[in-house]
Design a protein around this ligand. Structure first.
Ligand code: ACM
Ligand code: ZN
Length: 533
């Protein structure tokens, strides 16, 4: 009787608040139904989509994305015969409301049967993830007739800078797992920088022989510390990259590589000094900052090099997008360089901003010919946008607004609140960060649609992304600390309709999920839901 009252009360609360306890991001909608207790069920799986690796993983290990029901409460058993419960997958039919919506799914609950409807395998995985999360927080049974769901924003990204500090493939997989748990679908992999070139390029082996190493381990603990001069390095082989791209794809995640140009290129210049305006010599930078030596925009050899690099990049990454950087490129060298000045004369370019625009457009043309669309940081607006470029707005939202007004697609990553290298609390015990302050509630409250756009212009805002620059994150544990709980907060901001968002409910679920993170040996910021000083 008491259990029944609890169940009824639980259902009432769920239906009143519009929340499904335990699930991040909150689904779009649900209907309350009879309580179905699956705690002893052995599920026979029917018609799982190809590549449903998560079912295999679950069947073999009783484990997926950190959920562990210890074999007794929920099992998916492909060997089970008749008489068991059924987990049945089916495609949405043309008459269904959600038909054709790439990421949509529905879950329908009956006492001995759960049906998952989906369009693409990605939607089926999201359904399974929601199911596990819901079961995890409802050991007494699920009080739903159905859950229907699809995201508000198509681009839900996480970025990782592997140049300021290097993170091995095992860590990247854990990062991808965490993204998948919260239905984030794009991994922006920042692979080249002043401090390192991390991607094997067969045509230019010195990029990793020289460019993947620097003489400083750069581990803090204080910003003004004199850095050591110990060697520090690492890179990804093309085989490793292929495996990671595949691993991500299975989890519904597209990997977008970033190859920085024309600035943030010291590591490439150190490897191939003829690519700079002065011819070098150059060093892989051992300290942080913005550096004057950049690719020469006047020499054709620069473009031959970069196009050859991009050809290998395009072959490695199936993503429709390649990120070309474009941020923070000083014009100091170009102003003095006879090659760059000759280029400006020859092309009729009014200033060095237009020279930068020429550079980006030339790279865009090459990448477009290979079927790729470029993304650049918002500086690519300066001197004129390349015709088909998508803009990543990071210096606030104005770049995103300007690009959308010019009918270009936009991904929002404004410093506030999308830079996860900024502090999460004002506690004096907070580990050293680069600066800024982006507490989890500000991330949760974020709406990627900026003000000042018309409705048709708003449609150019594809979504948003959390950026993880790692100058002050020298360990895996520190990266985890900076993204948890901000990653799930951003995931809900991007997935869930505003009317279903509720920070208090999110907070309660995020606290429950701390157990999942612990199961996966992930570090996280534990104090953020307590009152802040
Ligand atoms: C950036 O943070 N420099 C894009
Ligand atoms: Zn030059």
């Amino acid at each position: 009787m008491r259990r029944l009252i609890c169940v009824l009360l639980g259902s009432l609360i769920a239906s009143l608040s519009g929340q499904i306890p335990g699930v991040i991001p909150q689904p779009m909608g649900h209907v309350i139904g009879q309580n179905c207790d699956y705690s002893q069920a052995v599920f026979l799986v029917k018609n799982a989509p190809n590549g449903a690796f998560y079912l295999q993983e679950y069947a073999q290990n009783q484990h997926f994305l950190g959920f562990d029901f210890h074999a007794t409460s929920f099992r998916i058993d492909p060997q089970a015969q008749k008489g068991k419960a059924v987990l049945e997958f089916e495609r949405f039919a043309p008459q269904d409301l959600w038909y054709g919506q790439k990421e949509a799914y529905a879950l329908r609950f009956e006492p001995r049967r759960i049906r998952i409807q989906y369009n693409e395998p990605q939607g089926a995985m999201y359904a399974f993830s929601t199911l596990l999360q819901a079961l995890y927080s409802h050991p007494e049974g699920l009080p739903y007739q159905s859950i229907v769901d699809q995201p508000q924003f198509a681009y839900r990204g996480m970025h990782l800078d592997v140049c300021r500090h290097f993170f091995d493939t095992a860590f990247i997989m854990r990062y991808l797992d965490l993204m998948a748990l919260y239905k984030m679908n794009t991994f922006h992999w920042h692979l080249t920088e002043d401090q390192a070139w991390r991607l094997e390029i067969k045509a230019y082996p010195r990029l990793t022989e020289i460019g993947a190493q620097r003489n400083s381990t750069q581990y803090g603990p204080y910003r003004d510390q004199t850095f050591d001069s110990l060697p520090y390095g690492g890179y990804y082989s093309q085989d490793q990259v292929r495996r990671l791209v595949q691993y991500a794809a299975l989890r519904g995640i597209t990997v977008i590589p970033e190859i920085e140009l024309p600035g943030h290129s010291s590591a490439a210049l150190a490897a191939y000094p003829h690519l700079g305006c002065t011819g070098g010599p150059y060093e892989v930078q051992a300290g942080w900052g913005v550096f004057d030596d950049v690719y020469c925009a006047g020499k054709d050899s620069t473009f031959i090099f970069l196009q050859t690099v991009m050809d290998e990049v395009c072959a490695l990454f199936p993503s429709g997008y390649v990120h070309i950087g474009g941020d923070e490129c000083p014009k100091t060298r170009w102003k003095e360089c006879p090659h760059c000045q000759a280029r400006m004369n020859q092309e009729g370019l009014a200033d060095e901003h237009e020279l930068q625009s020429y550079f980006i457009r030339r790279m865009e043309k090459h990448l477009n010919q290979k079927g790729k669309t470029i993304i650049g940081w918002d500086e690519i607006l300066e001197g004129g946008l390349a015709p088909n470029a998508t803009v990543m707005s990071w210096r606030g939202v104005s770049g995103g607004v300007a690009a959308a007004q010019q009918s270009h697609s936009v991904i929002m990553t404004p410093g506030k609140p999308c830079y996860f290298d900024h502090y999460q609390s004002r506690s004096p015990d907070e580990p050293l960060a680069i600066g800024g302050y982006n507490p989890v509630d500000s991330v949760y409250a974020y709406n990627p649609i900026p003000t000042g756009l018309s409705k048709p212009q708003e449609a150019f805002i594809l979504g948003a992304q959390g950026n993880v620059w790692t100058e002050y994150m020298s360990s895996e544990a520190q990266v985890e600390y900076m993204v948890l709980p901000r990653l799930p907060a951003l995931a809900e901001a991007l997935w869930t309709p505003a009317e279903n968002k509720n920070f208090m409910a999110f907070k309660a679920t995020a606290q429950q999920h701390q157990e999942l993170w612990t199961n996966r040996h992930l570090n996280f910021a534990k104090h953020l839901f307590q009152p802040q000083p």
